[in-house]
Structure formats: structure tokens, C-alpha cells
Design a protein around this ligand. Sequence first.
Ligand code: ZN
Length: 203
Amino acid sequence: MKIIAIGRNYAEHAKELNNAIPENPVLFLKPDTAVLKNNKPFYHPKFSNEIHHEIEVVLKVCKEGKFIAEKFAHKYYEEIGLGIDFTARDLQTQLKEKGLPWEISKAFDNSAPVSEFMAKTAFEDLNNIEFSLLVNDELKQSGNTADMIHNFDKIISYASQYFTLKKGDLIFTGTPAGVSKINIGDKLKGYLQHTELLNFEIK
Ligand code: ZN
């Protein structure tokens, strides 16, 4: 499986990193070795001094597809969960300054904690889902899918022009404002609507 992730999909977050708001979705990939499941602890790697949390709504792909039209995109995911797109911001900034790909800052081992998934039928309106991240019980990020620049169906349609979607692939749909540095000992909790789906520690 692979993770397809979208950058700069919430305007307020793009602004906080001084990034322009893109016309088309900005995509990047994470390999299967990035996945961290079952609320296992995240061990802070030594190669970065500034890893940021990015809480994101995650779609689980339920069947293979390529060149998916936007109007059929909803058929390609049945479950929704939460994930954290851990980002080594110091490395990313250095690489961006040099005009180099920032792969290692995003795709490193365990950089994608993922929750259990909920049936999408549990949500009244997919374009109005609240989600949030607490660090040590302090609210750090809160978002609503209503504020996405590109909605779920647009992301799936666009991504499938380049990458064949396969059953089990995960799609990270972007983070709202409020990203900040994590520290060893922090406890992270993620909520989708009012359901606690993520609860793990930084070690
Ligand atoms: Zn992200």
C-alpha cells in the first residue's frame, strides 16, 4: 500500500508556512513503512530537531481505480479515519531552500500514525466534519472539512490521473492551521467529530 498526501489544502495553514495557495492539489507520497498503527508510541528520530504534528482526515481506498471522474470518486472510499502527517520541518525548510525534493522530511519511518477507521455513513455531511488535535490536553489544531480548498472527490480524481489507486491505499487530505513542534513526553489525542481515535505518546 501507499499513502497519497496533499499539501496546502487549508488556506490558513498555507498562510502560516508562507506558502502560496496552489491552483491544483500539491501531492506527495509516503511508503508503507511510514504507517504507525494501534496508537503505538512514536519514537522521535535523531535526524530532526523540529518535527511538526499535522492532524489530517484520512480516506481508505476501497477499490482499484485510475482516471476517476470527480462524480464517481465517492465510490472509491467507504471509511474515514484520522492520521498525523509528521513532518521534519527543519529538514523540509533546508531542502526547499535548495530547490531539492523534500521526501525525507515527510516519508520517514513511522511518520504517519493512523487511527482506526469509521464507516463514512456515520457522517451526515462529508463536507462538514470537525476534527482536532490536543497535545498534553491543550487544543493545538482544529479543522472542518468544509474549509478544504480541494474536497475529497477532487483529491481522488486528481491523484488518480497520476497514481493508480489500490485497495488499502490511504489518502491524507491536508492539515488545518496550528502545526507545532512535538517533544519527547508529549501525549497526542486526535478527535474526529467527538470520537477519540488517536491517543499516543512521543518517546
Ligand atoms: Zn500534511
